[in-house]
Write a new protein. Structure first.
Length: 217
């Protein structure tokens, strides 16, 4: 009698292999999507933190200067009627900036590059004095940039009350925007992030504070 041995072979069927590949693909896709979401959240957090810290630093800087000023020493150029000429002179120190990436206020150096936001020594408040509607350029040797070109000033006003001796500072900063694919939109009183793709690098900060002007006291 002849005996035949049958060897059982183990392995995956085509259906099992397809299901395994599909499951692995799902895990990879889920991991990639989760990683991208975490990175977007992280980038958004960094943008918000940077703008908030920058806004607080600038407002604190302005508060110190305004606090040592007198009501009559604060001279401002029209921030609303002439938004491109944004300057505040505090009797010895002046602040000059461009609104939202503008280029009207410039340095006096070669090529006249635009300023973002600078603090300048200006004993005669000459930077707030215009000649035929033209304001002087900023001498880079006597000024200190306080903002990088990665930040835009959307609004800055100082409202003084000579009766009470109080001044209210309101400032809004934002990350820079791309005109070809904007992620900022205008709203009453300023701007906001649209909440669309790419806005993980968008952040807006608005701060308001009131200080007492003490002059030389």
């Amino acid at each position: 009698m002849t005996q035949t041995n049958h060897t059982k072979q183990n392995g995956f069927t085509l259906v099992e292999l397809t299901l395994a590949i599909a499951f692995i693909g799902f895990l990879v896709l889920f991991t990639v999507i989760a990683t991208l979401q975490v990175m977007r959240t992280y980038n958004k957090g960094l943008a918000v933190k940077e703008i908030n810290q920058t806004a607080r630093t600038i407002v604190e800087e302005l508060s110190r200067s305004v606090r040592s000023a007198t009501p009559t020493s604060i001279n401002t150029t029209p921030n609303d009627a002439t938004p491109t000429q944004s300057r505040i002179c505090l009797g010895g120190i002046s602040y000059v900036w461009n609104i939202a990436g503008g280029n009207v206020n410039k340095f006096s150096s070669s090529g006249n590059p635009p300023v973002t936001f600078v603090k300048a020594s200006d004993s005669g408040a000459l930077l707030c004095s215009s000649s035929a509607g033209i304001y002087p350029n900023i001498d880079p040797a006597s000024s200190l940039p306080l903002l990088s070109n990665r930040v835009w000033v959307q609004n800055l006003t100082i409202t003084k009350n000579p009766t009470t001796g109080l001044a209210t500072i309101t400032m809004q900063l934002s990350t820079t925007d791309d005109p070809t694919s904007p992620i900022l939109e205008s709203i009453p009183g300023g701007v906001r992030c649209k909440g669309q793709a790419g806005d993980q690098f968008c952040a807006v900060a608005t701060l308001t504070t009131t200080v007492a002007m003490r002059g030389d006291e």
